[in-house]
Design a protein around this ligand. Structure first.
Ligand code: SF4
Length: 329
């Protein structure tokens, strides 16, 4: 089989979560092009479904865009009511346009130039009311942030910190997102990308990392997520810092509650994430031809077992193609 992958194996928290959720879903999500030689229709359906997102996922995505638009503008100049309204109008305009495209589009074929699709529309659900609610949620997320103390803190950082980083999710800097893992031989060839939403260099050895979330909140307030550990590892490697001599705090901040989870990152957190990366890469290698992470060519689809959970399948965006593929396995 021809190798359609021009890059080596990638690790991300999302990727590992999907692999643990269902091996077949991982295959559809990360190796759909390998279906091309098996059956063209199945391949194109998998590509179409790979680009589907639910309305709830769009709320998260659009909240990120709106907050990033606001913060990046705030970094340059003070924001008045009119400017804030302009950010909101822009994102609401995008949401309405994309919703209309999704609602009226032809779902019988894959269109590589038009990838905005809602999974609800693909599976024939009427979600007009849900969409109105989704737009309100996105606006509300910005409003609670602006009215919070966190907004004041951010403005304080813009004027006092050594430097402040605000991610632009509209224009991802993929080169800048890469972790340089050269110093860890087992991970040297693995592609790991990460960029937090917000970072502050408070002084030469004091840093703050913030990641915003719109999903279900975790209960432990001092729990450090793997994602936060990865962001910290990236900072340490990039700036050649020693975790034992550097004060790095990292938090996930949930919207709209603004509840934050995280704290000071310790050496044990970094040791844990490096070991987790190594273990996860070993796990991912089992699904590759010759366990070769450079070629990154998946085994045939029958080597990726389906989950036995009917509950997982009921909401899986790949359920159509997962059924279609059975004919060819
Ligand atoms: S439909 Fe079920 S078995 Fe198939 S990919 Fe989705 S979760 Fe896995």
């Amino acid at each position: 089989m021809r190798n359609n992958y021009n890059h080596t194996l990638t690790w991300s928290t999302t990727r590992i979560t999907v692999l643990e959720y269902c091996n077949k879903k991982y295959y559809f999500n990360y190796y759909p092009h390998s279906l091309r030689n098996l059956n063209e229709e199945v391949w194109l359906t998998a590509l179409l479904l790979k680009n589907l997102k639910s309305i709830d996922m769009r709320v998260g995505e659009k909240t990120h865009h709106l907050l990033s638009d606001y913060l990046r503008a705030l970094k340059k100049w003070e924001q008045d009511e009119e400017a804030i309204q302009a950010h909101k109008d822009r994102v609401m305009g995008e949401m309405k346009k994309e919703f209309e495209i999704s609602k009226t589009r032809d779902y019988t074929s894959y269109d590589r130039d038009n990838k905005f699709w809602l999974s609800e529309h693909y599976y024939g659900e009427n979600v007009d009311d849900k969409f109105e609610e989704a737009m309100k949620k996105v606006l509300h997320n910005l409003d609670v942030f602006i009215e919070s103390e966190r907004n004041e803190k951010v403005q304080h950082y813009f004027t006092t910190a050594k430097s402040v980083y605000v991610e632009n999710p509209r224009e991802k800097d993929f080169e800048g997102m890469k972790l340089n893992l050269y110093s860890i031989p087992e991970l040297r060839a693995v592609n790991v990308m990460a960029a937090p939403d917000f970072g502050v260099v408070l002084s030469d050895n004091k840093y703050l990392i913030i990641d915003r979330k719109t999903g279900q909140e975790k209960m432990d307030t001092d729990w450090i997520s793997e994602q936060l550990k990865i962001y910290t590892l990236k900072l340490l490697l990039k700036s050649h810092l020693d975790i034992e001599k550097t004060d790095i705090e990292a938090y996930e901040v949930y919207l709209p509650s603004l509840h934050q989870i995280g704290g000071k990152i310790e050496k044990t957190d970094i040791d844990h994430i490096v070991q987790k990366l190594k273990d996860d890469v070993e796990y991912q290698k089992q699904f590759l031809v010759d366990s070769d992470i450079i070629k990154n060519e998946p085994l045939s689809p029958d080597n990726f077992p389906r989950t036995k959970s009917k509950k997982k399948c009921a909401t899986c965006t790949f359920r159509k193609v997962c059924e279609d593929l059975k004919t060819f396995e």
